[in-house]
Design a protein around this ligand. Sequence first.
Ligand code: SER
Length: 583
Amino acid sequence: MKAIEIRNKYLEFFKNHNHKVIPSAPLIPENDPSVLFTTAGMQPIVPYLLGAKHPEGTRLTDYQKCLRTNDIEEVGDNRHLTYFEMLGNWSLGDYFKEESIAMSYEFLTKVLGIPSEKISVTCFAGDEDCPRDTLTAECWRKAGIPNERIYFYGKDDNWWIAGEEGPCGPDTEMFYDTGKEPCSADCQPSCNCGKYVEIWNNVFMEYLKKDGKYTKLSQKNVDTGLGLERMAMLLQGKETPFDTEIFKPIMDKLESLAQKDDIASRRIVAEHLRASIMIVSDGGRPSNIDRGYILRRLIRRMTRHLNKLEIDLNKLDELIELDIETLKELYPELVEKKEVIKEVIVQEKDKFMKTLIRGEREFDKVVNRIKNEGKDTIDSNDIFKLYETYGFPPEVSKDLAVENGLKVNMDEVDKLFKEHQEKSRLGSEQKFKGGLSGTGEMQIKYHTATHLLNAALKQVVNKDVHQRGSNITEERMRFDFSCDHKLTDEEKKQAEDLVNKWIQEDLDVNIETMKKEEALKSGAECMFIEKYPDIVTVYSIGEISKELCGGPHVKHTKELGHFKIVKEEACSSGVRRIKAILE
Ligand code: SER
């Protein structure tokens, strides 16, 4: 069954079950700066899961364009994609577990014709936040799945939330048994060996997670998601999504144009080109930050692999046309945007090509030198010099080093980049200021004070204290942190004194930008790692505090004046709250 048929059957099926078909939201979320791209069908639905009335009613269905970039480096293997389409249906306080499961089972077995024996399901095993989901298991048994294909797992596998906070709940996942040999006697759906492939996820969203605490939402929702490319692959009996009709034309074309045979490179080109087309068609443009930087990386990586395959880069135009031709059945809107898509991608490729050709030439010289010297490791200074002189991106140097059988010390490379970034600190501070309108002077001071308090509590209470939330106004700050006991008067006083000592020391507040992994490696702390883009800003205060943070902050701690804790109270289980003021 072709992808378009699967999508049509899905929407038709839910329409027949009284769902309204709503349009796919753009890949670039509207009015939501907290995420770079739409990563799940539920993202645009969040306000309605929380209780707002949807104009189309309480039963919705759609197909949603999604992009997940955490695994960019993995693309090239037989399954990872950054861009994918998610089919979804929602109940906004309407039906719940029983009906949702009955519909999913009917769709899989009757409409798609998947034999019931090929389906296994998983349910939430229960914990202190939410009881074991025996009702879901009961519904599956009623639908026709026997006990031996019903599994129970904990929060890691059977709980779904987008990021750290928001609507969430236990889920039930459906798995397709590919018929491959089990990897062990204990092979289960949770196993990564490839025997079981997850095909659909129904989330029973009746909880809200906020400040580390779970409460019940005002309504019981269902949020489901089914990956289209994966389903097409399974129904067509293919090993990878690249063998289905939505990738086959571009994969074949790449094979015919390439002078070198390299399946991983062909997949990278096909996948990154697809993702780039979709991002550009929804208004994305290459740049050095956030979304633009992701797009830039996708196009650069694609360009390098085109080059590696020895494909004439003037053919990129043709490749884009072919891919749009393939996609137009699924996304007819691409046709009218064809020219601008071509222009943006080709221009970025051209820009990068100059850098790439020069950089690769220089890189080869470095490799020859190293090999002549009988060494097996590339010097970090060489990588940095290639960047500084030719703008050659370090991640490309790393790829090339690996391809040449050389070792790289990326930690050391990162250190050199940090030093470099420190030099351009002033520049970024200036830029940052531009975005600060609306943030008052006191709020900026309180913001820096939260970092100091966080550091002080770690020293006074214990190093396992972590920030759980904060709230700042012009008049006061509130700081929530993990801690298993009420602070003693002595602890409060010590924390207060320590913050005031640091204020008096007039410590420098420094900002750096770096890759997220690098920031974490350097020991910077942060509250919700998933919420940050790949390139982050890190604020450090003297030697005492280092945190991932969007800012803004004061430049020197003395600006804060005098810090005073006015209240310490329980916030939720294992979380305490401090209210403090600056005088
Ligand atoms: N939100 C859930 C997911 O992304 C179900 O759609 O898996």
